[in-house]
Design a protein around this ligand. Structure first.
Ligand SMILES: C[S@@+](CC[C@H](N)C(=O)[O-])C[C@H]1O[C@@H](n2cnc3c(N)ncnc32)[C@H](O)[C@@H]1O
Length: 282
């Protein structure tokens, strides 16, 4: 199979309507783990918050709940489509304490008052130099302000015994394809576990860190759809990087095949860890 070693430039997941819907469902799947980080980091009523790479707005909405009507959350994303969806969702929910701006974080200029907190989820891994982007965003944070980021740790070859018990081969194969595709596209899947170094290189003190993951069982778990949906988004790249062919992936039946095997074998599956890091700007 043809394989390219050249890293794929730009944001690999794209902004199609199905991908934006995937972000919303992923937001539901991981929402409580992100809320734990935001609470531990100290988000509180009345704060003004910048959400970097807000996508369809899910992290902004969690933050908006914590800062309350006296606070304000400003979500920034390069995708006009994502921003339009986030704005529409805010309007439908009647939220007046969130605003969304379409801009590239690499050259975004924030002319408002410095914020009390800078937050982000699943965004730093898409930057070749995450510390550099964090350093420039820190200019928009007031001294003493909170910085909190959460990334998914995609280790290249986690022991299968840790991913599931008993082993669910369809899940292992699907998760491995995703990790390999990110790696071959030149994305650092270990950005999450490097958050400590990234914070310090950006000029922040050593952050507090916490790893959290979801443990899933049974026919009703959302994990099968989560894995199948990322696979669907990544399918062109899975093929382009030579990880697998569309025929081998069979994305249309992937969720059901994972579910059937996991239920038949009574498997418990775990997601890769979400690693959170938070610190205060000095
Ligand atoms: C995986 S999504 C996560 C979205 C959201 N943080 C969440 O957790 O639901 C990553 C988001 O980062 C945005 N992004 C990536 N690179 C960016 C850049 N250079 N400037 C602004 N946004 C960027 C993408 O457009 C995308 O919406």
């Amino acid at each position: 199979m043809k394989r390219t070693e050249t890293p794929v430039a730009g944001y690999v997941l794209g902004h199609s309507q199905p991908e934006l819907e995937r972000l919303v469902q992923q937001g539901r799947f991981f929402g409580e783990l992100t809320e734990i980080m935001l609470l531990k980091a100290g988000l509180a009523p009345g704060m003004r918050v910048l959400d970097a790479g807000c996508g369809a707005g899910d992290v902004s909405f969690l933050a908006a709940k914590l800062v309350g009507p006296e606070g304000l959350v400003i979500g920034v994303d390069q995708s006009a489509e994502a921003i339009a969806l986030a704005q529409q969702r805010a309007q439908s929910a009647g939220l007046s304490n969130v605003q969304f701006i379409a801009a590239d974080l690499a050259d975004f200029q924030f002319d408002g008052e410095p914020v009390d907190a800078l937050i982000g989820r699943f965004v730093l891994m898409y930057f070749p130099d995450p510390a550099a982007v964090m350093r420039r965003l820190l200019a928009f944070v007031k001294p003493g302000g909170i910085v909190a980021f959460q990334e998914l740790d995609l280790a290249p070859a986690p022991p299968v015994e840790i991913m599931c018990q008993p082993i669910c081969e369809t899940y292992v194969a699907a998760a491995t394809r995703i990790t390999q595709t990110f790696a071959r596209a030149g994305i650092d899947g270990r950005t999450a576990i490097k958050l400590g170094q990234i914070f310090q290189r950006a000029g922040l003190p050593a952050p507090q860190m916490l790893a959290m993951l979801r443990v899933e069982r049974g026919a009703d778990s959302p994990i099968y759809e989560w894995v199948a949906q990322i696979t669907r988004t990544l399918l062109p790249l899975i093929q382009q990087t030579g990880v697998a062919t569309a025929e081998a992936v069979q994305v249309d039946t992937l969720a059901e095949r994972m579910r059937r095997e996991a239920v038949e074998k009574d498997c418990t599956l775990i997601t890769p860890p979400l690693i959170a890091a938070w610190a205060c700007k000095q």
